[in-house]
Design a protein. Structure first.
Length: 215
């Protein structure tokens, strides 16, 4: 499995394109752009491969990398509230399993849906540990937290200490991501200009040449 396919799989339902469609559309549009630039650029042909390579990589950044980063950030933010509710339920006297189940039923987030799906698999013969290990979780931090909760060899207090550490780690991670996004705003704006407005300007400038080419 390629790194790109793993990223698209992590997006799940939020992926704008499947892996097969993504690779086909990227290849065809990149090929079209390359041929199109060869026709409209009369001089400095060495710009053609540079622009094409830039487009090829931006296609992945815009449709996969950025959506995945936003999705993981939102997933971790919701998961933080999920684990805080689990911790609260345990403090009220519930055991770990009941706390997870009740939180998943009453708190709407992607992690809750995934955990409920795992509980359904338990009814069909899987153990809860196996079902949790097989859950599709885009965040490694969240997956580690769930796995640690399934460790029944540990005392309840130890398991919750592990979750409290994960909650703290999630908060730190969200703080870092916020600062990273602030720093990336100028770069993202520039990339959007390159991917949207530059091709649009080229189409406007060379509109007559395009019409003549198709005629």
């Amino acid at each position: 499995m390629t790194k790109l396919k793993r990223k698209i799989d992590r997006l799940g339902y939020y992926a704008p394109l499947s892996y097969v469609k993504f690779t086909r559309i990227r290849f065809l549009t990149t090929l079209f752009l390359f041929i199109y630039l060869l026709f409209i650029i009369e001089k400095y042909y060495f710009y053609v491969p540079l622009i094409t390579i830039l487009y090829y990589n931006l296609f992945r950044v815009i449709l996969v990398d950025w959506p995945l980063n936003f999705y993981v950030s939102r997933y971790e933010r919701d998961s933080l509230q999920f684990f805080e509710l689990v911790s609260l339920a345990v403090s009220k006297g519930m055991n770990i399993e009941m706390s997870l189940e009740s939180t998943a039923k009453y708190f709407n987030c992607d992690l809750s849906y995934a955990y409920i799906a795992a509980l359904i698999e338990v009814k069909f013969g899987k153990s809860l540990v196996e079902a949790v290990n097989d859950m599709e979780v885009p965040s490694q931090i969240v997956k580690e937290a769930l796995v640690s909760l399934m460790n029944k060899d540990m005392h309840t207090n130890k398991r919750m200490e592990s979750v409290d550490k994960v909650v703290l780690k999630l908060k730190e991670n969200m703080h870092r991501e916020m600062h990273k996004r602030i720093k990336l705003v100028p770069i993202q704006t520039l990339l959007l200009l390159l991917i949207v407005f530059v091709p649009l300007m080229l189409l406007i400038v060379y509109a007559k040449d395009i019409v003549m080419l198709f005629n």
